[in-house]
Design a binder for this molecule. Structure first.
Ligand code: WQD
Length: 338
């Protein structure tokens, strides 16, 4: 029996693929390559060995999914396919509802018809909403996310809860990611944002590499120690291992929720200083206006995953920055032409 990873050629997907191959899982990847890359899958297989069946297609394509479930014996789905740029979700909300919500709905319908009822869903800390106290705990109710991207994640969580209520034979895990950064320590797999990065880590590393001139730090008047926002950055390899750990719950039906974070907050200025001291590169920056929708500070209570799955984030901030920089230096154009 195989595990299907939707979005398996993307940033989190390709790192999850590596960890699954390492544990000898038989894997099928479905990706439409809007944000993912064939090369990431190829490198994962070259590095670890094993065989991956790679299918190009969209998660909203019901006929394709029907064929996929008919042709491959899938026991479990790790559903990562989706759009993830917060700013873009504000400008083009319908794309986000279509890909993230409709995509998850079509996938679940196809799974139901195929008799596949084990699902790991890629969710986000953003579902705790703008008013939640820190640290975020899984026992807290969902709140109002501050952007359409977050709303789509919350809607899919609702949908899956209703599904588990209606049919208790499903096993579903929500993994609520905090801020994944870093790259595989080999330097061969990493984050390859299209165009100018929206997120802090790839922006910093492209400034350090001289591809971008200066970092804009969005706001220095937040109620935090140094005035800049605080986030819980987690190494993408730890996050990927979290998915493999989550597969263990699926043997018993039910709904499980886990935060995947380190439990520690780091400010934007701390990130810049740590990156400069590790790489010896300067990261010029200036303070700019706050970015709309940003929260001042949040981080995870990550104890539940540790208690129940035996998982915890083991890699340090230094590991995250060093691996990001190695990937940036080895593959300055990402998976594109060198
Ligand atoms: C981090 C901090 C910015 C860029 C988002 C999504 C979240 C998750 C991960 C996934 C913030 C500041 C950033 C820059 C800056 N989703 N910043 N200058 O917004 O915490 O989380 O990505 O797919 O759901 O919301 O991450 O990396 O964009 O920002 O000052 O050029 O860095 O203001 O405080 P964020 P981020």
């Amino acid at each position: 029996m195989a595990v299907l990873i939707t979005g398996g050629a993307g940033y989190i997907g390709s790192h999850t693929l590596v960890e699954l191959l390492q544990e000898n899982y038989d894997v099928v990847v479905l990706d439409n390559f809007v944000n993912g890359s064939r090369e990431a899958v190829r490198r994962a297989v070259t590095m670890i060995g094993g065989e991956v069946r790679l299918i190009e297609g969209d998660v909203r394509d019901r006929q394709l999914l029907n064929r996929l479930f008919a042709d491959h014996s899938i026991s479990t789905v790790i559903h990562l396919a989706g759009l993830k740029a917060v700013g873009e979700s504000v400008r083009q909300p319908l794309d986000y509802y279509s890909v993230n919500v409709q995509g998850s709905l079509v996938l679940c319908q196809a799974m139901q018809d195929a008799g596949v009822r084990e699902l790991v869903f890629s969710s986000s800390a953003t579902v705790y909403g703008v008013e939640a106290p820190v640290p975020y705990r899984e026992s807290m109710p969902r709140g109002l996310p501050s952007n359409p991207y977050g709303t789509t994640k919350a809607i899919v969580e609702h949908m899956l809860e209703d599904l588990c209520q209606a049919d208790p034979s499903w096993s579903v895990v929500f993994l609520r990611y905090f801020n994944p950064i870093g790259a595989h320590p080999s330097g061969e797999i990493g984050e390859d944002p299209r165009g100018i990065p929206n997120n802090l880590m790839p922006f910093i590393s492209q400034v350090a590499a001289g591809h971008l001139s200066e970092l804009s730090i969005f706001g220095n008047d937040y109620p935090t120690e140094d005035g800049t926002c605080v986030r819980d950055y987690i190494h993408v390899v730890d996050l990927a291992i979290g998915h493999v750990s989550a597969l263990k719950c699926l043997s018993s039906p039910g709904l499980y929720i886990y935060n995947l974070g380190t439990g520690r907050g780091v400010s934007v200025l701390e990130m810049v200083a740590a990156f400069e001291s590790l790489t010896g590169k300067r990261v010029p920056y200036h303070f700019a206006a706050r970015r709309s929708g940003d929260l001042a500070a949040f981080w995870a209570d990550a104890d539940k995953a540790n208690r129940e799955l035996g998982w915890r984030a083991r890699r340090s901030l230094t590991d995250m920055l060093r691996d990001t920089w190695r990937w940036q230096q080895r593959h300055p154009a990402g998976y594109g032409a060198p």
